[in-house]
Design a protein around this ligand. Structure first.
Ligand SMILES: [Zn+2]
Length: 242
C-alpha cells in the first residue's frame, strides 16, 4: 500500500493506485476510516499503522460499498475488540438490507457489500468521535457520511467527491475513473451533499478515489457547477419526453 502523509494526523493508504482508506491520529491510537478492497488488505493496513507507531483504536465507515468495507470482516477477525461505527441508515446496507424507506427517492436500488461484522456504534449527523465530526452526506448511498477533523478542517469525504481523473461530485461520469458514478444511488442528493461539504470550508479534501487536495474549495465549486449543469440537462431531456 502506498502511504501519503498530510501533516502529522492524516495518512492516506492507497491500494492499486485507486482505492483509499485513511488513518487519523488520535490520543489513543489511529482511527481507521474505511477498510479498502476485500481479501488481503487487512494485514497491510495493520502493518502501516504499526509502522507509524500506533494501534488501530476504532474503525469508521463512510458507506457500505465493496471498496470501502471490503476488508472489514478480516480486520474485525484480527482486531475483535476494536469498535466499528457506521451511520444508522448505512448499517442496513452493511447487513444486506437494500430496501428503501418510503420517504427516500425511489428508483435505482442502492448497492452494498454485505459484511458479517456488526457495528458497535451507529452514527448520526453531528456526532463526535475523537476529533472527527460526522457529516451526513446521502446521495452516493443512502446513509453515506463524511468526517470533518475539527482540529484543522481536513474533510474525509468518502465518495461524496472523487479527485481521480478530475475533481467531481459523486454521480458525475468521469471517463478516466467511472466507478463512483456507476455505483451512485441518487445524483440530486449527491449535489445537495456536495454543497453542504463546501459550506464547511474544508482546508483539505480527502476522498475514496484520488489524491488529497489542499485548499479544495475552488475545485469543489467547479465540480458542483458541472453537476448542476448535468442535472439541469437531464431535467430538460425528461420534460421533453414527458
Ligand atoms: Zn462508493
Amino acid at each position: 500500500m502506498k502511504v501519503t502523509a498530510c501533516g502529522d494526523n492524516l495518512f492516506q493508504l492507497t491500494h492499486l493506485g485507486a482505492i483509499n482508506c485513511f488513518l487519523v491520529r488520535e490520543g489513543d491510537g489511529f482511527t481507521l476510516i474505511d477498510t479498502s478492497w476485500p481479501g488481503s488488505q487487512a494485514q497491510p493496513i495493520m502493518q502501516e499503522a504499526s509502522k507509524l507507531g500506533l494501534p488501530i483504536a476504532r474503525i469508521l465507515l463512510t458507506h457500505a460499498h465493496i471498496d470501502h468495507v471490503g476488508s472489514l470482516d478480516a480486520l474485525h477477525t484480527a482486531l475483535p475488540d476494536v469498535p466499528v461505527a457506521i451511520s444508522e441508515r448505512e448499517a442496513r446496507l452493511l447487513s444486506g438490507d437494500l430496501s428503501l424507506d418510503p420517504s427516500e427517492p425511489q428508483g435505482k436500488q442502492p448497492g452494498a457489500y454485505p459484511c458479517k461484522t456488526k457495528p458497535t456504534r451507529l452514527l448520526h449527523e453531528g456526532d463526535r468521535i475523537g476529533s472527527l465530526e460526522v457529516v451526513a452526506t446521502p446521495g452516493h448511498s443512502p446513509g453515506h457520511v463524511a468526517f470533518l477533523d475539527t482540529r484543522d478542517r481536513a474533510l474525509i469525504a468518502g465518495d461524496a467527491f472523487q479527485t481521480l481523473g478530475g475533481v467531481a461530485v459523486s454521480g458525475t461520469f468521469v471517463i478516466l475513473f467511472p466507478l463512483p458514478a456507476l455505483s451512485t444511488w441518487h445524483k440530486g442528493l449527491c449535489l445537495e451533499s456536495a454543497r453542504k461539504l463546501l459550506a464547511l470550508q474544508p482546508s483539505l479534501l480527502a476522498v475514496g478515489h484520488g489524491r488529497m487536495l489542499s485548499n479544495p474549495q475552488p475545485a469543489m465549486e467547479r465540480a458542483i457547477r458541472v453537476m448542476e449543469q448535468s442535472l439541469a440537462k437531464e431535467e430538460r431531456k425528461q420534460s421533453r419526453v414527458a
